[in-house]
Design a protein around this ligand. Structure first.
Ligand code: PHE
Length: 345
């Protein structure tokens, strides 16, 4: 019987030594130390012994149990450490590997200019209106006093989608929508920024898609002097203080009188340079007093109210302000160009 104890001890110690993982070790523990395990089985052999023999045998089995328990614990610690080391090795981070570079874009120069103009007009109590780029002939032309077959339609070569639908050629279309929506009620003070389209061949100064910001004010006693004051303020804000603004007579079907607006050259302060071609003035936009017929068509009493409107090309003023000589720069997405505007945001 004592041999049997020794045999169980040897077997158990060997199984423990050979266990290659924690799970396997648990099985060994079950085989030898559980209630139905081999060590318990040895205990049950005591039944067959005499009183005198029992204590010695009991001690032997207990010693065997202690030895197996101790070996199990040691092995468990050893395997646990190995498992932890393996896990640490597998989860090791190489903090010297260079990180992923995320390219952060810059605000587009046209957006910069649009925001600047929006801010300045919002500061004066204007509302910013937006509308569809695919527009009805009705708003783009008819309500703007440009009926079908009117020669002024040739001023803006148009992308038609069908005979009544087109890509808006100017943000004036939005002004007509807003006038119509107001149902004859004044005052109206708004600007409409947005993309417009014309069938131009692209070159350094033309683009078939460009941006405008138009302004519209309708109310009692709105005059050309208000327009001039407003545009002088805008020119000062965009190009720096001290700008002068001058009006030259012009023609737009939706304004009467119509003017072309020049601003004193911000580069030479009006003395004459290569940018203003020696004249001291730079043309920046078209404007005028809203044509009484346009007011009437949109449900306003042109005897009681008047209004001014202006339309500025965003590309044009942005090119002037930053000395950009080719409009196509805005649309070719060259990061070297766009990154320049990082510092202005
Ligand atoms: N709509 C005109 C254009 O696109 C600009 C303009 C707007 C002129 C408002 C006068 C008044 O050329």
């Amino acid at each position: 019987m004592n041999n049997r104890v020794e045999q169980v001890r040897q077997e158990a110690l060997q199984a423990i030594a050979q266990a290659s993982g924690l799970e396997e070790l648990q099985q060994v523990r079950n085989t030898y130390l559980s209630k139905k395990g081999a060590v318990q089985e040895l205990m049950s052999l005591m039944r067959n012994l005499s009183r005198e023999e029992k204590p010695a045998f009991g001690q032997l089995v207990n010693a065997c149990k202690d030895a197996v328990t101790k070996a199990l614990e040691e092995k468990q610690a050893e395997l646990g450490k190995a498992a932890m080391n393996a896990r640490l090795a597998s989860e090791k981070l190489d903090i010297t590997v260079p990180g992923d570079r995320f390219e952060i874009g810059t605000v587009h120069p046209l957006m910069l200019m649009q925001r600047e103009i929006e801010d300045l007009f919002i500061g004066m109590g204007y509302k910013v209106a937006e509308g569809p780029e695919v527009e009805l002939d009705h708003y783009n032309f008819e309500l703007a006093n440009i009926p079908k077959d009117h020669p002024a339609r040739d001023m803006q070569d148009t992308f038609y989608i069908d005979p009544n639908t087109l890509l808006r050629t100017h943000t004036t279309a939005m002004q007509m929508r807003e006038l119509e929506k107001a149902e004859g009620k004044t005052p109206i003070k708004l600007i409409c920024p947005g993309k417009v389209y014309r069938r131009d061949d692209d070159d350094a100064t033309h683009s078939h898609q460009f941006m405008q910001v138009e302004g519209l004010v309708v109310g009692e006693n709105v005059t050309l002097a208000d327009l001039k004051g407003t545009l002088t303020y805008m020119a000062d804000t965009i190009f720096g203080g001290g700008r002068k603004v001058r009006f030259r007579p012009s023609y737009f079907p939706f304004t009467e009188p119509s003017v072309e607006v020049d601003v004193s050259c911000p580069f030479c302060n009006g003395k004459g340079c290569s940018v203003c071609k020696g004249s001291g003035w730079i043309e920046i936009l078209g404007a005028g007093m809203v044509h009484p017929h346009v007011l009437e068509m949109n449900g306003f009493d042109s005897e009681k109210c008047s209004g001014f409107a202006f339309g500025v090309g965003l590309e044009r003023v942005t090119m002037l302000k930053y000395g950009i000589d080719d409009i196509r720069n805005f649309y070719t997405n060259d990061m070297r160009f766009l990154k320049i505007f990082d510092r202005y945001d």
